[in-house]
Design a protein around this ligand. Structure first.
Ligand code: CAA
Length: 287
């Protein structure tokens, strides 16, 4: 059994990176008190910086006023202590995409919060069932897969693990909807809906560039103008992070076979440390 949405007031977010800080921001914007935890003070501070930047953009475009932006930040408590999550009513994990690390976090969370607290994982490709197996109560674990940038993207993918209870799945949808998002549901199969389809698209864009089908700009323009998506595959790879794309592609390749093989050039760029926007160089250059 997990709590009903009416009893959810305080949200725990584990991981203050791009996704974790985005989740903390949207939860606080919807009026929840949030505890955002990372392993080092510097990561927590950097999470707050991202939140302040993002809120600044929302103030600039008139979506919220400065007072509201300050109130959002005030509702978020930063910490490095996992025990600070003990009075949370729902926890979302958004740490690095590494099964061992995620399982350690879930094993710790299982002991740190009450039995009826939903534990959501923001994993993009790893198995929710395997993550949940690190706990004594896998029925309360579900995938809550937010999209990047979290404050802007309208959708959240709810992933149903082998042992996820109906109540946990229902609460995951209700919570995401309460954050102003729309949801869809996927079974716990590699990559779920989004990354199972998105990663081959990105890899094919990279291969098309590597094989000289068109310039990178024309590949992105072609897909944007030709299919009405906001970013072409190379731009989107840079936005998501090439390391994230490679890791997701490798997981899909391992689980689903050769049709998911990552593009050679993707691997070469990650090896060279060119990870996209975040390092200033990916398929494009950034200030
Ligand atoms: N916080 C707040 N506002 C933001 C923001 C952020 N982090 N990022 C962008 N915005 C706002 C901008 O301020 C801007 O507002 P105005 O229109 O009022 O000026 C608006 O969003 C549009 O931004 P930009 O003008 O900078 O650029 P854009 O029009 O290209 O939009 C984008 C940027 C929203 C990222 C858009 O390009 C887009 O939707 N791209 C696709 C993103 C996508 O597919 N994400 C999913 C990736 S897959 C994933 O996340 C899953 C996974 O597991 C890997």
């Amino acid at each position: 059994m997990v709590r009903e949405l009416d009893a959810v007031e305080r949200i725990g977010v584990v991981g203050a990176g791009t996704m974790g800080s985005g989740i903390a921001q949207v939860a606080a914007t919807s009026g929840y008190d949030v505890v955002m935890r990372d392993v080092e003070e510097a990561f927590v501070e950097s999470g707050f910086e991202s939140i302040e930047n993002s809120l600044g953009r929302l103030v600039d475009r008139g979506s919220i006023d400065e007072e509201e932006a300050d109130a959002v930040v005030d509702r978020i408590e930063g910490t490095t202590d996992l025990a600070a999550l003990s009075d949370c009513d729902l926890v979302v994990e958004a740490v690095v995409e590494d099964m061992d690390v995620k399982q350690d976090v879930f094993a710790d969370l299982d002991g740190a919060v009450d039995r009826d607290v939903l534990l959501g994982t923001n994993t993009s490709t790893l198995s929710v069932t395997t993550i949940a197996s690190a706990t004594d109560h896998p029925d309360r674990v579900v995938g809550l897969h937010f999209m990047n940038p979290v404050p802007v993207m309208e959708g959240v993918e709810v992933v149903v693990g082998e042992k996820s209870s109906d109540g946990a799945v229902e609460l995951a949808h209700a919570f995401a909807e309460d954050l102003g998002k729309e949801t869809w549901e996927a079974d716990d199969k590699p990559g779920f809906v989004t990354n199972r389809i998105l990663m081959p698209w990105i890899n094919e864009g990279i291969r098309a560039f590597d094989e000289g089908v068109a310039t990178k700009a024309d590949i992105d323009r072609g897909m944007k103008l030709g299919t009405n998506v906001p970013m072409g595959p190379l731009e989107l790879a840079d936005h998501v992070g090439l390391d994230v794309c490679l890791h997701a592609s490798e997981t899909l390749h391992e689980e689903l076979g050769d049709r998911y093989k990552p593009a050679y050039l993707l691997k070469r760029k990650v090896d060279a440390g060119d990870l996209g926007k975040k390092t200033g160089t990916g398929f494009y250059e950034y200030d």
